[in-house]
Design a protein around this ligand. Structure first.
Ligand SMILES: C[S@@+](CC[C@H](N)C(=O)[O-])C[C@H]1O[C@@H](n2cnc3c(N)ncnc32)[C@H](O)[C@@H]1O
Length: 286
């Protein structure tokens, strides 16, 4: 039986030039560095798109992306190559420290507005976990924080943002970190799924943003969550991003990275603080 053009993509090995062009494109487009020997990862993740667009090689894909006047194919390629793994209250400790240490400190400043940025929000579990934490803090400390709280949630992926802003999750997604108590309080059943309550949904604003691009229009934040995304980036991109995030923080503001990420040899614009086993980075005064 004769192979179709797009079946050949799976059976052919990628040439060195194709591999290099594709990984260069990915790094330029979204910061992700694949390194060497990720041929299998590329072929397995790109298989579906190649079949859908009837493309036989990565060279054809690159040409098609250049030809495509919309960013649809480009977005699909980036979405296929990124990891969207997330969960509710991921690692737990950052949310405890937010409630017990960071929010009380911010409350003392008596500002009108508190702003928190979830900068790679994936399907929304991170910004909604932040919103629930701020609500729980306000309920437990009536009158302590009168400021309005805004949570800005951004991601490069339009598909992730669509899912996140729908606020609808299946049972399996809720099993990953949502306690029965919080589920009862903050979700309502919608057919087979669960929808986040209006109270929590209304605290979050979603916006498409590539971390490689400017943050100037976002304004300044009290806290930035940038978790489990910079691990995929080069040291130079990481440095550029955290340095620009320092400019997006209000004086004394905090940057919170993922559990396996650190600022060592990356930026000296932050002071490391360890609170209750959680590592935080406070922007140094300028
Ligand atoms: C592994 S998830 C992390 C989600 C969440 N922060 C957490 O810790 O659970 C990584 C997210 O980063 C997003 N991402 C990857 N590259 C990005 C970029 N250049 N700009 C913005 N978001 C990006 C992906 O779309 C994905 O949703």
């Amino acid at each position: 039986m004769e192979l179709k053009r797009h079946d050949k993509f799976v059976t052919n090995t990628l040439s060195d030039a194709e591999y290099r062009n594709f990984t260069d494109f990915l790094e330029d487009a979204c910061g992700i560095v694949l390194g060497a020997n990720k041929h299998y990862l590329i072929t397995s993740r790109m298989k579906r798109i190649m079949t859908e667009y009837k493309l036989g090689s990565l060279s054809e894909l690159m040409a098609e992306m250049t030809r495509d006047r919309t960013t649809k194919l480009r977005d699909r390629v980036i979405e296929s190559m990124t990891t969207n793994e997330t969960s509710w209250f991921r690692d737990n400790q950052p949310y405890i420290v937010l409630k017990q240490n960071i929010l009380p400190e911010i409350a003392k400043k008596k500002n009108d507005r508190v702003r928190i940025w979830s900068s790679a929000c994936s399907s929304g579990q991170e910004p909604y976990s932040i919103a629930i934490s701020t609500h729980e803090y306000q309920m437990a400390n009536p009158g302590a924080m009168t400021a309005s709280i805004e949570i800005m949630a951004t991601d490069i992926s339009p598909e992730m943002l669509r899912r996140a802003s729908s606020g609808i999750y299946d049972e399996a997604a809720l099993m990953r970190g949502m306690s029965p108590d919080r589920k009862k309080r903050y979700f309502e059943k919608q057919d087979e799924n669960w929808k986040i309550s209006h109270l929590i949904h209304s605290k979050v604003i979603f916006r498409e943003l590539n971390l490689l691009q400017s943050y100037a229009l976002l304004g300044r934040f009290d806290v930035i969550f940038c978790r489990n995304v910079l691990i995929y980036f080069s040291r130079d991109s990481k440095r550029d991003i955290v340095n620009r995030m320092a400019k997006s923080l209000k004086p004394g503001g905090y940057l919170i990275l993922g559990g396996s990420e650190s600022m060592t040899n990356v930026s000296d614009l932050y002071e490391m603080e360890k609170i209750a086993g959680c590592v935080l980075y406070r922007v140094k005064p300028t």
